[in-house]
Design a binder for this molecule. Structure first.
Ligand code: NAD
Ligand code: ZN
Length: 347
């Protein structure tokens, strides 16, 4: 009889429907490693899958093990894998690329058109074990807390977006103080940004962003970005914008408050129609760039270096809740209530 393990599985195409089930331990291919999970983290994507919104309905095939943010130890190596050893602590890139297209072979894997998302388009990591392609494995450095190692995927989103444009000495506007927006603040700070202004509608998230180095926060329900700029003595608008809310009003506000020649990196995923004043983009010579995932593996290298030089202590503050995996429902509840920022599940 094949050995089994516990996994958190989306069992049916409806709200909730997540269950812990016994499933076979994955059989690895020659090019995979078997990772024994230590910690996984709940992403906004997992919340979309839980709630079974329009995106999830279009994208997810049930039944499926969900989850893509993880840290674990290598339990077995595929025949062709020589770069890692058993027992090594690893995380991994959740986007599996084709390895053959123009972008993949020229070092721009994050632009691969055939990307398969672990825990989205294929079996996820909310399980005692997961088979991960060795090409996606990221070896973790010693001395960094495992809770932090488990959230390198969203932290990588923050690092990728924050480092997209040169921010040294520049004024930066971040729209959305979700986990990624909050974690982008210390990255911007370490990268030499001058003013870092962050917006949200959640006062406790804004308060944490402030503690992590934001110059000013704007609760857009009651405050205006333009007033904050005036208070900071800014007269020409923001040089760099990071859209991290997925809210089209927030994005429109950002476009309105950019300096001429300003550059905007857009990470947030919009669920409704986006309306911005395109003439502002044109007459103010703005640059807009979409950001997807992390650069493989430039973002991971930069992130590892930043974690070693103080970023770890900052992002630790964003991990607000920790549960045993059998209490995963509590994890989702704490996210849905807006109380949690990052939630870690222990395996
Ligand atoms: P999140 O949804 O928790 O964060 C969004 C934040 O925006 C929340 O704190 C919310 O209160 C705030 N917000 C809502 N309305 C706002 C408004 N009008 N103005 C300012 N802020 C407002 O998610 P997250 O995990 O931090 O992710 C941020 C965004 O990035 C999400 O849209 C997510 O879907 C997207 N995302 C994109 C990628 C990618 O590869 N492009 C990867 C991960 C996440
Ligand atoms: Zn490719």
């Amino acid at each position: 009889m094949q050995a089994t393990m516990k996994a958190i599985i989306k069992t049916a195409p409806t709200y909730g429907a997540l269950e812990i089930q016994n499933v076979p331990i994955p059989v690895i291919s020659k090019k995979d490693v078997l990772v024994k999970m230590r910690k996984t983290a709940i992403c906004g994507t997992d919340a979309h899958i839980y709630k079974w919104d329009a995106w999830a309905q279009r994208t997810i095939k049930t039944p499926m093990t969900i989850g893509h943010e993880f840290v674990g130890e290598i339990a077995a190596l595929g025949e062709d894998v020589s770069a890692f050893k058993i027992g090594q602590i690893v995380s991994g890139e959740g986007h599996v690329v084709c390895g053959k297209c123009r972008w993949c072979i020229t070092g721009y894997q994050h632009l691969c058109r055939a990307t398969v998302g672990i825990g989205v388009n294929s079996t996820g990591v909310f399980a005692e074990y997961a088979a991960i392609p060795a090409a996606n494995i990221w070896p973790c450095e010693d001395g960094i807390d495992e809770n932090i190692l488990s959230i390198q995927d969203p932290l990588g989103n923050a690092v990728h977006t924050a480092l997209t444009f040169d921010v040294l000495g520049e004024d930066v506007l971040v729209t959305g103080a979700g986990p990624i927006g909050i974690m982008s603040v210390p990255v911007l700070k370490m990268s030499g940004a001058r003013n870092i202004v962050i917006t949200d509608v959640n006062p406790s998230r804004l308060a944490l962003a402030k503690e992590l180095g934001a110059t000013a926060t704007v609760d857009v329900r009651t405050e205006k970005i333009s007033e904050t700029m005036a208070n900071l003595g800014m007269t020409e608008g923001f040089d760099v914008g990071l859209e991290m809310s997925g809210n089209s009003r927030a994005f429109a506000d950002m476009v309105d408050n950019m300096a001429n020649g300003g550059k905007i990196a857009i990470l947030g995923i919009f669920s409704d129609e986006i309306k911005i004043d395109w003439n502002k983009v044109i007459f103010n010579s703005l640059t807009l760039k979409g950001i997807y995932g992390r650069e493989m593996f430039d973002t991971w290298y930069k992130m590892a270096a930043l974690l070693k030089t103080g970023l770890d202590e900052k992002v630790a503050r964003a991990i607000t809740h920790e549960f045993h995996y059998t209490d995963f429902e509590k994890g989702f509840e704490s996210m849905f209530s807006g109380e949690a920022i990052k939630v870690v599940l222990n395996w």
